[in-house]
Write a protein that binds this ligand. Structure first.
Ligand code: GTP
Length: 313
């Protein structure tokens, strides 16, 4: 017989994990589901994760810090190579790597390329996460589990765990954390409780606004929007139980002709962007917000290093 008693000797674990996988594999969505709040920026378009965003899972027995890396690609340019170096450096520094493979897509050359690179990182434990299981039947899922297992065998290593999950359906999300935690080192918490991410709040706020501004106009303005939060200040002279945070942000576009697309007829679209992102910012920061948005033209900002620096790239 066994009784569950609080064990004063129980170990506490803390460390870093990162999810890797080809674009759209569901890494950001899984990070958000684990952390329980929107921290990484998701979209149905690949490569929206510009910043290394960390979400932190706090548990009584462990603290799991999730590092969201940009995707690894077959490099075609110098920038591509540099990005891949950043990814590899991150991999070598974390305590555990979760390789994400969507259940609804055949394991392809892109996955092979990534797993081959992973196989080189010998000392870091790796788990395979089959994502989006809500999109397939059990037979397809079983085949994917076998395929990912075989791939590791071919490359001369073994996954510590293989786990199917649906972040959208809320299935087995906890289990992913349960499997990652034992692979972390024994350590006291690394971050104060309540911290969800160490990404500066202003950057996250800017990303939420950028995401809302891009919605519905991605085809017209694919990469021409940057958002800079100029100021975040609590409004003065507010009653203690009714705080208000003033946020001033600029939405930068490249050409005057794009202004109309962002602003919309009589400003209707910009108003929508403001309302939508304000709600998300309020949820993120836990305080009522007054959001002041301005649209500005920064000519050819993508090509101008000085502008890029100003915009935080
Ligand atoms: N049905 C379903 N869709 C999912 C699930 N997880 C993610 N998705 C969708 O798949 C798309 C890509 O998800 P992301 O989490 O942005 O993927 P990512 O791997 O972070 O993508 P990058 O940032 O481009 O590397 C989004 O449209 C998600 O809504 C899931 O469990 N089920």
């Amino acid at each position: 017989m066994s009784a569950r008693v609080e064990d004063p000797e129980a170990v506490h674990r803390a460390g870093f994990a990162c999810f890797v996988g080809r674009p759209n594999a569901g890494k950001s969505t899984l990070t958000n589901a684990l952390v329980g709040q929107k921290v990484a920026i998701t979209s149905n378009r690949p490569q929206t994760t510009r910043h290394t965003v960390r979400g932190i899972v706090h548990r009584p027995d462990a603290q799991l810090v999730l590092v969201d890396t940009p995707g690894l690609h077959k490099p075609r340019t110098l920038l591509g190579e540099r990005l891949n170096d950043v990814v590899r450096t991150t991999w070598a520094e974390v305590d555990v790597i979760g390789f994400c493979l969507p259940a609804n897509e055949k394991l392809g050359p892109g996955d092979r390329y990534i797993v081959k690179e992973l196989a080189e990182i010998r000392k870091t434990p790796k788990i395979a996460v089959i994502t989006k299981t809500d999109l397939v039947d059990s037979k397809t899922l079983a085949e994917q589990l076998i395929a990912v297992d075989r791939l590791a065998q071919e490359l001369g290593f073994e996954w510590q765990q293989i786990v199917p999950v649906s972040a959208v359906g809320g299935k087995q999300v906890e289990l992913v954390a349960d499997l990652l935690v034992p692979l972390l080192p024994e350590s006291p918490p690394l971050y104060p409780e309540g911290d969800l991410t160490d990404e500066p709040e202003q950057v996250m706020v800017a990303e939420l606004i950028r995401e809302a501004a891009l919605e519905g106009v991605r085809d017209e303005l694919p990469h021409s929007i940057a958002v800079v939060v100029e100021e975040m200040l609590p409004r003065e002279n507010r009653p203690a139980d009714k705080p208000l945070l003033d946020i001033h942000a600029n939405v930068y576009i490249e050409r005057p002709s794009q202004k109309g697309i962002i602003i919309g007829p009589k400003g209707s679209r910009l108003k929508e962007v403001g309302t939508k992102s304000r709600r998300q910012i309020e949820a993120l920061l836990g305080t009522p917000v007054f959001l002041d948005l301005h649209v500005k033209v920064a000519k050819d900002w993508q090509r101008d290093p000085k502008q890029l620096r100003k915009l935080g790239f």
